[in-house]
Design a binder for this molecule. Structure first.
Ligand code: ATP
Ligand code: MG
Length: 337
């Protein structure tokens, strides 16, 4: 039974295309017949793998211009790896799709016609949430979410999970989150290590064991139109993507049971401070500390950016404590929860 995996994060430049290209390559090397579909109007996968095709031989043409399927499936330098290219035309599909019946499931129909020929079909999505993304997610059985180890990476996660939940609940498609993947990880940098730890702690689904290191070879290989195993097979990035491919093939073992938690619920307030309450927001299974200012007058002061020292200190203290909030929450007695 083949597996269709969308590589999704609406945040740009987090390593989706790098992951799609290189994991696909290793699936092929590990003996799995693999198809990689470029479903991003930026067509970076198509460029990065040097796919040669006629202008009318792209995913857009197969979906909306009557092109035959076998014309858009292209072979690559790797045995067992095929690619369906994209081009800028795909941007136009956004407008055309609106008119089409079943506009959310055109890609799914395309994939359904060929999925029995492959062990894995990967879909590389662009950095947006639009009808193309919805098509990619509706066509997939599971999503892999690359998350870059940088300061703002956690911020987009609630929105990303919202999109997946919308696909499940509103469109009735049982899409599974296979896991988040830490990318551009630099083990020498404390910030990178701290962020990786924080994502492992807070992300409510599996986080892959392997971390993809920041690696020059990974950034360079698209310039040579090759996946990493044909460009620098001994590099740390290559080794990490091979490990990831194996981890994905192993699949569900040790998968956290996923329950859809209530969307957002403020349910804990702990503070004896006269001005400040520390609250915990429960958001898709993660606990996020929030600070509630009790006094309207002080709120006004903060808005006016004239924070007096007696409020600034507890605020700083609470922000400082953030890292331990979950352990603290876990230590509470059930009544207090
Ligand atoms: P977009 O959202 O625009 O589609 P993306 O999420 O597909 O972007 P990539 O194109 O894979 O992201 O990566 C963004 C940039 O970072 C590229 O220049 C890529 O070569 C580089 N890059 C990706 N992963 C790594 C890595 N592990 N080490 C070094 N550079 C990387
Ligand atoms: Mg990309």
């Amino acid at each position: 039974m083949s597996r269709v995996i969308a590589i999704f994060n609406q945040k740009g430049g987090v390593g989706k295309t790098t992951t799609a290209m290189n994991v696909s390559g290793y699936f092929a090397i590990l003996g799995k017949k693999t198809l990689l579909i470029d479903f991003d109007p930026q067509y970076n996968t198509t460029i990065g793998l040097g796919v040669i095709h006629e202008p009318s031989e792209t995913i857009y043409h197969a979906l909306l211009a009557g092109q035959q399927i076998d014309k858009v499936i292209k072979r690559t330098y790797l045995a067992r790896l095929d690619v369906v290219p994209a081009s800028q035309d795909l941007a136009g599909a956004l407008v055309e799709l609106i008119e089409v019946p079943d506009r959310e499931s055109l890609l799914k129909k395309f994939i359904d016609r060929i999925r029995d020929q492959y062990d894995f079909i990967l879909v590389d999505l662009g950095p947006t949430v639009n009808l193309l993304t919805v098509n990619g997610l509706m066509a997939a059985d599971e999503v892999v979410i690359p998350v870059q180890c940088e300061y703002y990476s956690l911020e987009g996660i609630p929105q990303l999970l919202d999109t997946v939940h919308l696909i499940r609940e509103n469109l009735g498609h049982p899409l599974k989150i296979s896991g988040a993947l830490l990318t551009m990880y630099d083990k020498r940098e404390k910030l990178s290590r701290d962020i990786a730890r924080e994502i492992r702690k807070r992300f409510p689904y599996k986080v892959y064991d392997v971390e993809i290191p920041r690696s020059v070879a990974l950034a360079e290989s698209p310039r040579f139109q090759k996946p990493i195993m044909l460009y620098a097979p001994q590099s740390p990035g290559a080794i990490a993507y091979e490990e990831l491919a194996k981890e994905i093939i192993r699949g569900d073992e040790n998968q956290k049971e996923y329950i859809i938690p209530p969307k957002r619920d403020v349910f804990e307030t702990i503070s004896s401070h006269p001005y400040v309450e520390k609250t915990y927001e429960y958001d898709y299974g993660t606990y996020t500390p929030a600070i509630n200012i009790k006094s309207e007058e002080i709120k006004k002061e903060i808005i006016e950016e004239e924070i007096s020292s007696d409020i600034r200190e507890p605020l700083v203290l609470m922000i400082h404590e953030e890292g331990d909030f979950k352990d603290f929450f876990d230590s509470l007695t059930p009544e207090r929860k």
